[in-house]
Design a protein around this ligand. Structure first.
Ligand code: SAH
Ligand code: SF4
Length: 441
């Protein structure tokens, strides 16, 4: 094989989808880094391609499938090349895929990655193909394994896997199974390792991170214990569910220090009727109450969110409830998605009755409303001073460095002698799109 001169197979991973998938790719790199394998930065250096797929929306699925087809063409160009599919789509459509694309070497779901080394060795020896590999039922948390992370200022760390909710549109619980929480000590020890490796910031990750509970220790207390790790400059987390946001977590956020006032709290819709159909388990009034409590206890908090537009049955009136919620709250940022029916979910059986064009118009209108509230919020930041953790040189402006404020705002400033990992106090001078421009004071 072309790249296995040292006897090691060279593996390149291509990742689609959310932050958890990116984290899983680091985990797979960790599992495969060792005597038999080498992680390749590019496809051209690789003998093996792994495509880490996402199935949360049809668009993501189509992109991953198109990539698989391209990679199967790559495979045909040289004998001995291996192409495997990993990630959420493996669970959702893996069987079908193995039938339709017989050239694919294996299909393996997010809870079965420990089997990858063996699978790869077998594939390299030409030893037959397996069916879709899904560890089920599973207690897998990969807690004893260290992901192979990109060097840098921020490191991602999963506190749990899976999701116990049943939002009627969402395939995540189908693909990733029931929730499994990692032990508190394990998470704290991994944070210590990350600090010792030089990471300044840790971002805790879970499909529903704030539902964390291990032997009675909830997410608020976990956050406090992580924050006490000596040398850790910052900790934040993704993603939170409004129903699981309890007073203890608000209390932990209010302690400040290295716990960042930054909360991604997907609301999905501003209409009670739609929230009910989505099975979100809260009302608009409850969400507004949470925001009020958060802003009272953590006045500097930056709130971001997700929305789905064009959910089955969403009327103009429902959509206006969403628009008015955006104006009422004033999010720092928000992601808007067009509803995409996903096989196996409850909503899949309902008529997808909001036309494509209407979905697109609502997406644009909602993005505009979010942009308006964001820019008025940003205008109030001019003249403010904030602590910025430098992450590196600004991509388009080598004379600038860029970093994040504790709220998560991106801030750029003249590079001077500033280095990544350094925390500096910055006076904000002006706004450029999503970036705050300032000077060190
Ligand atoms: N566990 C996280 C992430 C779920 S997926 C959470 O609960 O927030 C990320 C976002 O994708 C969701 O917040 C939702 O806005 C969107 N999403 C999920 N399923 C979708 C679907 N079927 N169609 C359109 N958007 C969807
Ligand atoms: Fe999906 Fe809801 Fe779980 Fe988030 S909380 S992963 S949207 S089921």
């Amino acid at each position: 094989m072309k790249h296995s001169t040292s006897g090691r197979l060279s593996v390149h991973i291509r990742t689609y989808g959310c932050q958890m998938n990116k984290y899983d790719s680091e985990l797979v790199s960790g599992i495969l880094t060792g005597s038999d394998f080498h992680i390749a930065e590019t496809r051209d250096e690789a003998d093996v391609l792994l495509i880490n797929t996402c199935g949360v929306r049809e668009h993501a699925e189509n992109r991953a499938l198109a990539d698989i087809d391209r990679m199967l063409s790559w495979k045909k160009q040289h004998s001995g090349r291996i192409v495997g599919m990993i990630g959420c789509l493996s669970v959702l459509i893996g069987e079908e895929l193995l039938k339709n694309r017989p050239d694919i070497d294996f299909v393996i779901g997010p809870d079965a990655y420990r089997q990858l080394p063996e699978l790869l060795r077998n594939a390299a020896n030409g030893e037959g193909k397996t069916g879709v590999l899904i560890a089920d039922p599973t207690n897998e948390t990969y807690g004893d394994l260290l992901p192979k992370r990109e060097p840098g200022v921020r490191a991602w760390l999963a506190v749990s896997r899976g999701c116990d909710n049943a939002c009627s549109y969402c395939m995540v619980p189908l693909a990733r199974g029931r929730v499994r929480n990692r032990p508190v000590d394990e998470i704290v020890n991994e944070t210590k390792t990350l600090v010792a490796e030089g990471y300044a910031e840790v971002i805790l990750l879970g499909q529903n991170a704030n539902a964390y509970n291990y032997n009675g220790i909830g997410f608020g207390e976990l956050l406090r214990r992580i924050a006490r790790v000596p040398g850790l400059q910052r900790v934040r987390f993704l993603t939170s569910h409004p129903r699981d946001l309890d007073d203890d977590l608000i209390d932990a956020l209010s302690t400040g220090g290295n716990i960042c006032p930054d909360l991604h709290l997907p609301v999905q819709s501003g209409s009670d009727r739609i929230l009910k159909a989505m099975n979100r388990g809260y009302t608009r009034a409850h969400y507004l109450k949470l925001v009020e409590k958060l802003r009272y206890s953590v006045p500097e908090i930056a709130l971001s969110t997700d929305f789905i537009v064009g959910f089955p049955g969403e009327t103009e009136e429902d959509f206006h409830d969403t628009l008015s919620l955006v104006e009422e709250i004033g999010f720092a940022s928000g992601f808007v998605f067009r509803y995409s029916p996903r096989p196996g979910t409850a909503a899949f059986d309902w008529t997808d009755d909001v036309g494509d064009q209407v979905k697109t118009v609502r997406l644009m209108e909602l993005n505009e409303a979010l942009e308006n509230t964001r820019s008025s919020l940003f205008t109030t930041l001019v003249g403010e001073k904030m602590e910025v953790l430098i992450e590196g040189t600004a991509r388009k402006h080598p004379e600038q460095v860029t970093g994040r404020s504790r709220q998560g705002y991106i801030v750029s400033m003249p590079a001077g002698n500033l280095r990544a990992g350094e925390e500096v106090r910055v006076l904000i001078r002006e706004i450029s799109g999503f970036t705050l421009l300032g000077n060190v004071v």
